[in-house]
Each structure stands twice: as C-alpha cells, then as structure tokens.
Ligand binder design. Structure first.
Ligand SMILES: Cc1cc2nc3c(=O)[nH]c(=O)nc-3n(C[C@H](O)[C@H](O)[C@H](O)COP(=O)(O)OP(=O)(O)OC[C@H]3O[C@@H](n4cnc5c(N)ncnc54)[C@H](O)[C@@H]3O)c2cc1C
Length: 438
C-alpha cells in the first residue's frame, strides 16, 4: 500500500533551513518500496534529519522518511552480526545489543540517528584512528531503486553500488536494511582520562601518544589566541574489560524554547570556556557509563534551540596530516579573528583505515568541528574562509554538517563525485546535491 503523502515542515539539526515539503512515512518495507515508485518525479530518503544542513532536504520533491522502518530483522549473537531496517535508531539498537555484550563498532556523537542515515553519511566516531568509519563494518545493504529493483549489495555483489551507497548521501536509492558487524564488550562502562592541553603542539603530542586508548577527542577553547592557541581538554577512553552491561536511560531534560540571541555572544562563550576548562573534578581518570562518554549532548533534548530562532551552522573539515598543524592554526585563528566561536569545538585525528565508501569524508589527518551561531553574512564569510583554508590545505568539508560549501570546494574535495553521479538513482535528488553539482 502506498503511504499518504502529507505536507509537513522539515528542519535539519542546524535549523538554518525550515522547509515545508511533501513527506511520505511508510511503516513497512513493502510500502517504502511502493512509495519510491509512486511519489512523484523527485524523491529523497531520509532518516531522523540529524544532519545539520541540506543533505536531508529535497525542496522540489518528496521526502521518504524512514523512521518507522525500525525493526531488528535478525541477529547472530554468537558472531555479533545484526540485520536491521534502515530507520532503526542507534538509541534503540543499543538497548538491544548492550545487554548481550555487543556495542556499535563506530558511533557518532548522538545516538538519535538512524542506521540508514549513519551509513549514507558513513559516520565516524571517537575511534576513527583505530576503527575507521561505520562503512568498514557494513557487510550487506538492501537497496531499493526507483526502477522497481531491490538489490543486495556487498563487497562482492553489486560492489560498485555498495561503495557508492556507503557515504552516498542517500543518492543511490532507498536503503531498506543494513547488516552490521558489532564490537564485543565486557562492560558498558568506559575508563576515561581527561588531560589539559596547553597548545596545539601539545594536542598533537597527546593524540599521537594515545595508542593504548581506542577513543580520543579534544575540546578546544576557540577564543584562545597567540601561544594559547589550541588550549583545551583531551579526553581518551576505552571499554572496561569486565563489569556490568547496563543500557542508557532516557533523557527527560529538554530545552523548551528558542534561546535569546544574547546567550551566545563572544563574552558568554569566553566565560563558558574558562569555567569548562578549569573544572578540577573533570580531570584525571574516571569510570563512566558509555552514555555520557559517547553522547554528552543527548542528555539535553533539543539543545539546538540554544542557538535561537536563526539556528546555527557547523563547520567540520579534515586536512591531511602533513598540512595539519598549519591548517588547524589557520582555522582556529580565523574563529578568533571573527569573534564567532562557540562552546562546541572539537579537534581530533583521523587514522589511515580506508572506508569502502566512494565519497567518505574522513582521510588520515586532523579534523576540526565547530558550531557557529547564525549571524547572517558575517558567519557565512567566516564559513567561506574556513572552507578555503581546509581546501587549500588539501582537505575537505563534511557534507553531513554543511550548509554553505561552494560547488568548487566540493568537487576539489571529492573528486569521485562524478562516479556517484553516474550511479545515482535518477529519481533521487537533494538540495545539497543540486547545490554542489549543478
Ligand atoms: C549532536 C550531533 C552529533 C553528531 N556527531 C557526529 C559524529 O561524531 N560523527 C559523524 O560522522 N556525524 C556526526 N553527526 C552527524 C550525523 O551522525 C549524521 O548527519 C547522520 O547521517 C544523521 O543520521 P539521520 O538518521 O538523522 O539521517 P538524515 O540526516 O535524515 O539523512 C542523512 C543522509 O542520509 C540519507 N539517508 C537517510 N536514511 C536513508 C535511507 N534509508 N536510505 C538512503 N539514504 C538515507 C539522507 O538522504 C541524507 O543524505 C552528528 C549530528 C548531531 C546532531
């Protein structure tokens, strides 16, 4: 049965775009396949719309929302392999797998994304240096195309489409289900060490010397200047080998309203950064549950409203290792110069493990991610300058977080885009793809 198509508002996580468009929300895989055939000339499958910009918008067409396709299809608990519908969120998947001694092999900084969305952006986590992206753990994908075909994709079967679908931004068709290899754990607790970083060189020394720790990430005070540039906190963690297997609790704390614009000025960010950096109780070694370690922001539902009604942008770029020190200096200097930093600035190294994904974002090097409240033209100028700095250093910007990257920067950063275009399902389109390729 073809599901109803209704007009509804879609608002990706950054809230810069608010689009009223046709949305179909099928409940069963068969309905989803029918919807792909029936819902007009142009369609885009989406998950939970936790991407920041326009990769999950299709203004001129229909969105095929997959959040009600959320069943676990099968599981082999001895080998740690699950097959699940694409709309299952990592939140719900964790509730099933953790008590059985398994964990996500790779997880982004929020658990409220769907499996299909995670694969289509080939997400990375704090363990990229040791594990690579989620695409490295995808064994098979069920893909529906608007031609009416349903294909099974793997490294050996429809291999070209398999590679194009991992990190393929939803453009190769509708991911119906994903088969994923999990990571075995002996405990749901994480041993964490938090160290102070005095400057950028110190960050690189700590990150390169943390080989015994599976997960590493740094928070940086983006308004620090001169010899303090890059100061912040370095966090590293690893699952405890033994212990209890406890799932996370639901969050009940929510931001009720859009915050006023004065909440996030350079002065309030400076104040937050000082307090956050000096917290003595946060430093040293501790044992924490996986939830606050991997998903600290999920404890405050709707935290994106803290940026006010105009929303916010995120810049995330990666640059190759040989250019990393200079490029990170340049990017952090730019945020200081424009006085537009925020309290959420994350610095991390990516490792050498290559994803099968054709358009995967990570490369061996350093990545910086920061939120920028939307202040109109001045914020767009800063984003442009940061994109230029990353691309000049041989790097690229992450489509999942992007809302402004010019076509040229995309094409330089992702030379394989033309191959994806040839494999794209002719009926599938997104605002992002239109913006960077047409
Ligand atoms: C707080 C926060 C922290 C984050 N941290 C990280 C991080 O650490 N690392 C990281 O890599 N990302 C991170 N992200 C980004 C997020 O993980 C990705 O944007 C993810 O893809 C969102 O999944 P979604 O289900 O919301 O998909 P959507 O945003 O709805 O869609 C994302 C893309 O997937 C496609 N898609 C979705 N479902 C399907 C399907 N069934 N078939 C085909 N295509 C589909 C869409 O067309 C779109 O191109 C973070 C986001 C937030 C809000």
């Amino acid at each position: 049965m073809t599901p109803l198509i209704v007009n509804d508002q879609i608002e990706p996580w950054g809230r810069v775009f608010r689009v009223s468009q046709r949305i179909s929300t099928p409940c069963f895989l068969a309905d989803a396949r029918a919807a792909l055939l029936d819902c007009g000339q142009s369609v885009l499958p989406i998950g939970a719309a936790r991407s920041y910009g326009d990769v999950c918008i299709n203004r001129d067409g229909t969105l095929l929302r997959t959040t009600t396709l959320d069943r676990l299809i099968e599981a082999d608990w001895s080998a740690g392999i699950i097959r699940a519908e694409a709309g299952l969120t990592l939140d719900h998947l964790l509730q099933v797998i953790v008590p059985k001694g398994w964990f996500l092999p790779v997880t982004p900084g929020t658990k409220f994304v769907t499996l299909g969305g995670a694969v289509a952006n080939d997400v990375h986590g704090k363990n990229h240096e040791t594990a690579g992206t989620i695409g490295c753990f995808v064994r098979r994908i069920g893909l529906a195309r608007s031609s009416g075909e349903t294909l099974e994709l793997s490294e050996t079967s429809n291999a070209e489409l398999f590679q194009a679908t991992i990190g393929g931004l939803g453009l190769t068709g509708l991911i119906l289900w994903v088969e994923l290899a999990l990571k075995q754990i002996g405990s749901s607790d994480i041993e964490v060490e938090t160290l102070e970083i005095v400057d950028l060189d110190h960050f690189f020394r700590l990150a390169e010397g943390s080989g015994d720790w599976e997960h590493t990430v740094a928070w940086v005070d983006c308004l620090a200047k001169g010899r303090n540039l890059g100061r912040g906190l370095f966090m590293r963690g690893r699952h405890r080998p033994h212990g209890v297997l406890r799932i996370h609790r639901d969050s009940h704390l929510a931001v009720p309203l859009d915050a006023p614009s004065w909440l996030l000025t350079a002065s309030t960010v400076r104040l937050f950064n000082s307090v956050y950096r000096y917290r003595p109780w946060a430093k040293g070694r501790r044992i924490v549950h996986y939830d606050p370690f991997f998903y600290p922001l999920d404890s405050l539902l709707g935290w994106n409203k803290l940026y006010g009604r105009r929303g916010f942008f995120q810049h995330q770029s990666v640059v190759p290792m040989q250019a990393a020190v200079g490029a990170m200096q340049r990017l952090l200097t730019l945020t200081g110069e424009y006085q537009q930093g925020s309290f959420l600035v994350v610095l991390k190294l990516f490792g050498k493990r290559k994803s099968p994904g054709l358009l995967s974002f990570p490369m061996a090097g350093a990545t910086l991610a920061l939120d920028l409240p939307n202040r109109g033209d001045s914020t767009r100028r800063l984003l442009q300058a940061m994109t230029d700095a990353a691309v000049d250093a041989g790097g690229r910007v992450y489509p999942a977080k992007d809302a402004t990257m010019p076509a040229e920067a995309f094409r330089l950063g992702y030379p394989n885009w033309k191959t994806l275009e040839t494999l794209r399902d002719p009926k599938v389109m997104s605002d992002f793809w239109r913006r960077v390729t047409q």
